[in-house]
Design a protein around this ligand. Structure first.
Ligand code: UD1
Ligand code: MG
Length: 444
């Protein structure tokens, strides 16, 4: 964990860009890494540092971005950038919310999901002795990044955007990572002087470096790990960010005490939580909202989201747990079983080929192969209750709403439309007829 940051600062997170290079109907910062939108990653990195104020800059109509930001960092304020006129213009939009703020203002981009609080606090530390701190990364392939021009003394003179760089400047490998810490005393004055005379016709935030240098301000570059500063502008970069984040999450899961037999084939979400002595077989996907208690075993090809799995449960292979599923202690969910909004009591089993939805299954109940809850009548969803110790025979259809009592048995192949009392045997299928000698047929 990062230490709580000791100085006062405010932050601005830029999230108003359209993200043309993503070729998407979704705002760029709503694309997800490890199940969480990019903008939520950037905001989450701020939480341990406790900024005095955070302003997220969004475009008109970006309600989904606002909602996501508000959830990621409660108390986050918003500023609207009317037109996407560039990163400098976007920071200007936050001017009203931060008017007169005298301390450091940390500017981050909402498309940088791998940032850590540790790195942000290093940048803020550097801002204690400089007017402008820019984060630098060394890249083998710096295509698309602004290049940092630094003089012999370490003073940052200028940032040249890739599109405006000369072939000589393009050879520079020290790049602008995107995070800046600027004294509140100067930031908005510098932004007021920006012009859009450049290849993109935009107001670049990065031009404040040259303006600060002209004004005799002290600008400093803090070099950080390049991997952490990956900016997502394209689907390929999104995939790269996902790869790095998955790697981090797998290491974290193993540190928590989970065995991942083939870590590279397990997909996790930011909030996946593991107890100790959990064993995850290859090819398992964890969507958002999953917690896994001690001694659980999750076998291959299972897909799990929004589920709580309690101690000692065994899931899969080929299980699908959908949101609202609670798997009780020592319960089993086997192959080709789908659960939705269903609680499986302690020791209950659904081992083969089932759909169980909107259902409460009591402790030690057994759901036979191919049993299905018919929870949807074409318009409405209905609930099913299966009592403790009940036995649902193979290939049963439970037509909801319906209750099967504790200890009841339902004969295989039944279509159950009426409640079954506790301890009763229910059979709801046509009786068998045997016709002696009729099996053999002769061809005419
Ligand atoms: C930017 C930097 C570049 C740096 C790179 C690092 C500028 C001009 N360039 O380039 O030096 O190397 O990041 O990743 O700043 N945004 C707005 N409003 C706008 C434009 C952008 O809010 O009008 C937001 C976007 O949503 C995004 C962020 O600002 O989250 C960065 O914009 P982007 O277009 O990705 O800048 P880059 O081209 O990556
Ligand atoms: Mg970018």
């Amino acid at each position: 964990m990062a230490p709580e940051y000791k100085h006062k600062f405010a932050s601005v997170v830029l999230a108003a860009g359209k993200g043309e290079r993503m070729k998407s109907a979704l705002p760029k910062v709503m694309h997800r890494v490890a199940g969480q939108p990019l903008v939520a990653h950037a905001l989450s990195a701020l939480i341990p540092l406790k900024p005095e104020k955070t302003v997220a800059v969004v475009a008109p109509g970006m309600d989904s971005v606002k909602e996501t930001a508000e959830n990621a960092l409660p108390g986050c304020q918003f500023a609207v950038q009317e037109k996407p006129l560039g990163t400098g213009d976007a920071v200007r939009a936050a001017g009203k919310a931060l008017a007169g703020y005298p301390q450091t203002i940390l500017v981050l981009y909402g498309d940088t999901p791998l940032l850590t609080p540790q790195t942000l606090s290093r940048i803020l530390d550097a801002a204690a002795s400089a007017d402008l701190v820019v984060t630098g990364i060394r890249l083998v392939d710096p295509t698309g990044y602004g290049r940092l021009i630094v003089d012999g003394t370490g003073q940052l003179e200028e940032i040249i955007e890739c599109r405006d760089a000369t072939p000589e400047q393009k050879k520079l490998t020290l790049c602008n990572a995107g995070v800046m810490a600027v004294s509140g005393k100067y930031l908005f004055g510098l932004l007021a002087k920006l012009s859009a005379h450049n290849a993109a016709g935009e107001f670049y935030l990065t031009d404040i470096a040259a303006l600060a240098d002209e004004q005799g301000l002290h600008s400093h570059v803090v070099e950080v790990d390049a991997e952490e500063m990956l900016g997502v502008n394209s689907r390929a970069q999104l995939a790269e960010a996902e790869r790095v984040m998955q790697q981090r999450l797998r290491v974290h899961a193993m540190q928590q005490g989970a065995t991942l037999i083939d870590p590279d084939s397990v997909t996790l979400s930011m909030d996946t939580a593991f107890g100790r002595d959990v064993v995850i077989y290859p090819q398992v996907v964890f969507g958002p909202g999953v917690s896994v208690a001690d001694n659980v075993e999750i076998r291959s090809f299972s897909h799990i989201e929004g589920a709580r799995i309690e101690k000692g449960a065994v899931i899969g292979p080929f299980a699908r747990l959908r949101p609202g599923s609670v798997i009780g202690e020592d319960a089993h969910v086997g192959n080709f079983v789908e659960l939705k909004k269903t609680t499986l009591g302690r020791g209950a089993k659904a081992n083969h080929l089932s759909y169980v939805g909107d259902t409460d299954v009591g402790a030690n109940a057994n759901i036979g192969a191919g049993a299905i809850t018919c929870n949807y009548d074409g318009a409405q969803k209905h609930d099913t209750r299966i009592g403790a110790g009940a036995f649902i025979g193979s290939n049963t259809a439970l037509v909801a709403p319906v209750v099967v009592g504790a200890g009841a048995t339902v004969g295989a192949g039944s279509v159950i439309t009426e409640d079954v009392p506790d301890g009763a045997l229910a059979i709801a299928r046509s009786a068998q007829v045997n016709k002696p000698g009729r099996a053999k047929r002769e061809k005419k």
